[in-house]
Structures are given as C-alpha cells and as structure tokens.
Design a binder for this molecule. Structure first.
Ligand SMILES: CC/C=C(/N=C/c1c(COP(=O)(O)O)cnc(C)c1O)C(=O)O
Length: 385
C-alpha cells in the first residue's frame, strides 16, 4: 500500500484488524465476476454510466483549444462520488456489515453514501463539519430525506478534516458491524488503492471515447484535486502514456500567501488521517487550517499517490483561487449551459490557463460534479440577495 515512500498505515493499533479485514475483502472481490457484474449493473442502471465525453464547442472556440468535458456531473446524485460509494457499499454488503458511516465536506460524498445505504437497506451516519452543514444546505436536506443521519462536527475548523477525525473515531468504536465508507484516495491503506480502483471507470471510458472521437490521446487531462479521487480516476488510464500531460487544480483559496487548500503546491511531507503524504502544517507539525470557496477542496491533506506523482514529475499541480474558480463557474454556465460544482470549476479555470499557454491542443477536463449545491454560495459571492 505504498506509492514510493508515501501511503502506509499510520493508525491506532485498534484499527489494524479492521483495515486487514477490509484489504482481504477488497482483494477477494475486486476481480470477482459476480461482484463486478453486480457493480456494473448498478453503475449502469442506477448511477447512469457511461457518462458522455462532451465536446464543448463554444468553450473550445473561445479558448482556442479542443475542450472535452467528462460529464461526471450527470451521474445520479450529481458527482463522481457514487462510483466509489457503489463499490464500497457493495463490498460492505458482501462483508456482511450492517451499518455505513462516512465523512463529507461538499455533501456530495455524503449524499452518495446515503443513496447506496438506502439502495442496500443499511443505516448511514454521515459526519459533516458544521461550517459545511451551513454552506451545503441542499445536500444536508438530500442526505436526511434519503434516511441518513447527518452528525454536525464542532471540533477544529468544522470542515472536512474534522469530519474525517470523527468518522474514524466512530469506526474505532463500532468496527465489528460498521463499514467506514471513506470518500477519497486519502487515509490508511487500503483506502487510497481501493477508492482509486472504483474511480478508474472514469479513465477507462474517457480513453475509449477520446480515441474514437479524435483518433489519438489528448495532449492534457485536467482535474481538480481535493483528496484526489476524481483526478486519479481519470489520470489512471493515461499515466503510462508519457505524452499526455496530467494537471491537478488545487483549492488556491485566497492565494498561497493567504488561506488555501493547495497541499501539493505549498505543503510539506507529513502524516494525516493515517497516511504519509503532503500536508499543510505549521513549523511545529500542527496541521494548518485550510480554506477554499469549495468545501470539497477545503482539506489540508491529499492522497499519497498524488504526492508520488508530484515528486516523480509525472503530474503537475497548481492552485486556482476562489476568484478564478468563481469566474470559471460563470464562464461554463454562460458559454456551455452547464453549471459546474465549485470544485469542478477549479479544473475549468486550470484548463483556461493551460489553453492560453498551449494553443490548438486537445484537453480533457474532468467535470466531477454539478453546481446546484453551490448556487447560494455563488449568490452570496456575487452579493446577489
Ligand atoms: C470526501 C469528501 C469530499 C467531498 N467532495 C469532494 C469533491 C471533489 C474533490 O474530491 P476528490 O475528487 O476526491 O479530490 C471534486 N468534485 C466534487 C464535485 C466534490 O464534491 C464531499 O464530501 O462531497
């Protein structure tokens, strides 16, 4: 469970047996015919896969590049998160677990967990920082109407990091009957490997479609990076093709001089939530408070595989500020009639920057989610009452 030196298992002794049980089950079922037939059934009939690889004609005109959008925003529940929650939810069922818990920031992973809990007839407790409960109200309502319990977290920054702390604490107490459905490629082994595995369906579809449409691989694949799952899901199929540039857009918040969540752009090596990766920390090793207009990127850690891709130079990462993301949110809404999640807006803004420096290239942007959840944040940001 290592990516170079990154990854590993840095957890209290109490969690080791649960992680070993989970790894054993994942290795047993990941290539199992029956498991995959059932997973593919739900991905197709329930979540709505495959998603389009849409040629954004107006945006391409405007940016002077060929821009393709991978439409994970069209999935049931509105983001890529359901790829992972269907995989882990089914695995939990096969393992005989009776209860699901999860952390959430943007509420997309939360609703994707609540949705599969309803589908598989399990109770779900979703931990969510009270700051995020306030700024992603629509998703809190959706989780509760789906039968899940949203547990506000009041510790620390009251955002994603703190929600993960509480979820891990619950898991330690209830490890016998509970599966912790971790929502990104972070955390202790096997989570970074397992979550990426369930997200690689994005990259597989993208590679097939771009070859059909263009007859060759794209020049660049661009995605936003919070914990790192939608980006690894789409990067995965291109990593071995060195001619394809992989670009990650991080939450630049107020800029690198101010508060942000750009862990790979400005962080250092450290341990958080059970794995060695890059983190935002002060000189004493205390994890710093992150900030991003988008709750899903508002996280002072990042998955260990991204740390490996960064130090080996296989992928490039840069910050996109709140302001740049906000402008890209409006750009896509106005030019393509697609309202993106604020997280995904960071990838669109990064594509704009890439297009300016690389005219005439072919770019694939992972549109990880839709922006319904964010309209009140945008309205406030615009000063619209
Ligand atoms: C697991 C906590 C992250 C959440 N969301 C992260 C997110 C992200 C960033 O997460 P990653 O793909 O895992 O980097 C990108 N796009 C959308 C639409 C997101 O909602 C959540 O709680 O919904």
């Amino acid at each position: 469970g290592k990516f170079g030196k990154y990854g590993g298992i840095f957890v209290p002794e109490l969690l080791i047996p649960a992680l070993e049980e989970l790894e054993k089950a994942f290795l047993k079922y990941k290539d199992d015919k029956e498991f995959n037939a059932e997973l593919e059934y739900y991905l197709r009939e329930f979540a709505g896969r495959p998603t389009p690889l849409y040629y954004a004609e107006n945006l391409s005109e405007k940016l002077g590049c060929k821009i393709y959008l991978k439409r994970e925003d069209l999935l049931h529940t509105g983001a890529h998160k359901i790829n992972n929650t269907l995989g882990q939810g089914l695995l939990a069922k096969y393992m005989g677990k009776e209860r699901l818990i999860a952390e959430t920031g943007a509420g997309q992973h939360g609703i994707a967990t609540a949705t599969v809990a309803s589908l598989f007839g399990m109770p779900a407790d979703i931990y969510m920082g009270s700051v995020d409960v306030a700024r992603q109200k629509l998703n809190v309502f959706r989780m509760e109407i789906s039968g899940a319990k949203v547990i506000p977290v009041e510790s620390g920054a009251k955002t994603l990091k703190d929600a993960m702390n509480e979820a891990m604490r619950d898991w330690i107490t209830n490890v016998e009957n509970t599966h912790y459905l971790l929502g990104s490629t972070a955390g202790p082994h096997p989570y970074p490997t397992m979550v990426k595995h369930f997200q690689t369906v994005i990259g597989k579809e993208t590679k097939k479609d771009i070859l059909e449409k263009e007859g060759e691989l794209p020049d660049a694949v661009i995605a936003c990076v919070g914990g790192g799952s939608n980006s690894l899901g789409i990067f995965s199929e291109f990593i071995d093709h060195k001619e394809v540039e992989l670009v990650g857009a991080e939450g630049g918040g107020d800029g690198l001089e101010g508060k942000h969540g750009a862990t790979l752009s400005a962080g250092t090596e450290g341990v958080l939530h059970g794995s060695l990766s890059f983190v935002l920390q002060d000189d004493y090793g205390q994890i710093s408070e992150a900030h991003s207009i988008s709750a899903g990127l508002d996280y002072p850690g990042v998955g260990p595989e991204h740390s490996y891709l960064k130090v080996t130079g296989r992928a490039q990462y840069g910050p996109i500020t709140d302001e740049e993301a906000f402008r890209a949110f409006k750009l896509l809404s106005k030019y393509e009639g697609i309202i993106p999640a604020l997280e995904s807006s960071h990838a669109v803004a990064m594509a704009e920057k890439y297009a300016k420096e690389n005219p005439g290239k072919t770019i694939v942007v992972n549109l990880s989610g839709r922006g319904d959840k964010d309209v009140n944040i945008i309205a406030d940001y615009m000063g619209v009452k």
